[in-house]
Design a protein around this ligand. Sequence first.
Ligand code: CTP
Length: 411
Amino acid sequence: MLNGKRIVLIISGGIAAYKALDLIRRLKERGARVIPVMTRGAQQFITPLAVGSLSAEKVYTELFDREAEQDVGHIRLARDNDLILIAPATADLMAKMAHGIADDLATAVLLATDKPVLVAPAMNPKMWANPATARNVETLTQDGKVFIGPERGEMAESGEAGLGRMSEPLEIVAAAEALFSRETVSDPAAKADLPLYGKHIVITSGPTHEPIDPVRYIANRSSGKQGHAIAAAAARAGAKVTLISGPVTVPDPAGVTVVKVETARQMLEAVQAALPADVAIMAAAVADWRAATDFDQKIKKDGSGKVPALSLTENPDILATIGHHATLRPGLLIGFAAETQNLIANAQSKLARKKADWIVANDVSPEGGVMGGDNNTVRIVSAKGVEDWPQMGKDDVAARLVARIADFLNA
Ligand code: CTP
């Protein structure tokens, strides 16, 4: 898939720049030509010599480079390629890109390009969580940039844990491959194999974490396996997929824009930012309640044996909010109903109450092993009635659901 492709690799300044060296190797192993552009910051972490040796190409660093301007120039760098890959992408570079600032070679190339751009962010978790970065990611997603990562992990510099670690080189390679499988489809015969080509699908997945204090949170047993499998299947079917995921340990599906959130309120905001879409699938196990009080400090025992009272308040219902929304509601809105009793009756009531088109109902009684497990037995409840599916793997449920969505959209 990458064989013969020309990839401009923009390396910006972060400790994850060292992984760009392995990334170059992996891309070249697959037959791609890698033309490196390094920011000044990147050169503080790795040398142009190392990058040039591994890529076997000239390394571009300066916007006003007489030789390069006569020879290639930033406009040609921006145009003569099949993909621009930014790895690592710092918060600063993303901010500039979101605002159209072009004050060095990398940002000038990004402003001048009309090619697909794949972004692999890497930064301190606090910088990733900052509302300014979140706004920039939102803008860039709306501009059509595709994101891979960041991942949850420990930061190399500070030992701080959280979202911000750059995805591994092989995951970035897989995301680039998936992007090409989508971008390269132009003839109608090939599109027939990609029944969701040209459609945008928004999917929620995983649990949410609702903080009690800085160290404790309310959570549930959702693994994200089913929602992530649906995202992967939809991307394989050619859709542009935005996956809004709570904290999970399953890997990001290839070729999908993943927006990572913690709480129900953040998930709702991310869903609203990702819409409009042709289809929305709410597979997340959103916490119904959150702590009513924000505690800035860890709640401590006071020695008296008294137990603190935890009062709860209701979270927004994301599915119902979108279902009742006059403009944001997609043409096909799918919810899940995780039940331990009265499966069909509860699913039907959710269908009506949340104004969904289909409810994927599943029995999550502990003896069924659905939560966290690999199998699922679902029923599709809609205004037309109830359809029983046999027990199957979550990947098969995902593939069958995607096929049914394609039938619906293409009918
Ligand atoms: N859902 C949501 N936002 C919430 C709660 C649920 O978007 N705050 C969505 C889920 O993603 C799922 C559907 O609503 O698609 C049903 O979720 P479920 O937890 O089964 O239903 P609840 O509304 O929480 O009802 P109950 O807890 O009473 O069963």
